[in-house]
Design a protein around this ligand. Structure first.
Ligand code: PRP
Ligand code: HPA
Length: 179
């Protein structure tokens, strides 16, 4: 795996340090609110696991899997629900946990959906933000790192389902995904 990485953008230690700081901020906001943390599968799994443990407050977790319909419909923001939540969000303080915001289309769909289901509040924490790629005017309530427009993998993020278990975030060698 490691030989396929052009450069390490964010080290394991930098991730750990930033996740701890984000967790401190979120603890301030959500103590006594019993938030429902929603992990957007699959990429956000490592971040969700590390963040919620570091938050160290009473909370609940649920998981959702979504997928864009494809290139032609992506620009319309149409998203297909592959796995829906088990919990009801009605009256709940919801925190969406994402690994990366790119165009923002996935998240803007999810935010609208959860509001339509009568969540009391809906906020977003993402580890990474790629603002250059944005196609919506959405910005996360909390983010770990703002990154350049490069294709990255690791700490949950994949290319063709591989590299999710890298402990750091790295830029994938261009020849591997352009070919
Ligand atoms: O801002 P957007 O352009 O909508 O892109 C961001 C979404 O894309 C990635 O998920 P992906 O569909 O690759 O699924 P995965 O998490 O299972 O890898 C990422 O985890 C976000 O959910
Ligand atoms: O750079 C990325 N890498 C992996 N998955 C992604 N989903 C959106 N952007 C990316």
């Amino acid at each position: 795996m490691h030989q396929d990485i052009e450069e390490i953008l964010i080290t394991k230690e930098e991730i750990q340090e930033r996740v701890k700081k984000l967790a401190d901020e979120l603890r301030e906001e959500y103590t006594n609110l019993q938030p429902l943390c929603i992990c957007v599968l699959k990429g956000a799994v490592p971040f969700m696991a590390d963040l919620t443990r570091a938050m160290d407050i009473s909370l609940e977790m649920d998981f959702m899997a979504v997928s864009s319909y494809g290139a032609s419909t992506q620009s319309s923001g149409v998203v297909r629900i592959i796995k829906d939540l088990e919990a009801s969000v009605e009256g709940r303080h919801v925190l969406i946990v994402e690994d990366i915001i790119d165009s923002g289309l996935t998240l803007s769909y999810l935010i609208d959906l959860l509001k339509a289901r009568n969540a009391k509040s809906v906020k977003v924490v993402t580890l990474l933000d790629k603002p250059e790629r944005r196609k919506t005017n959405l910005s996360p309530d909390y983010f770990g790192f703002s990154i350049p427009n490069k294709f990255i993998v690791g700490y949950g993020m994949d290319y063709a389902e591989k590299y999710r278990n890298l402990p750091y975030i790295g830029v994938l060698k261009e020849e591997l995904y352009r070919s």
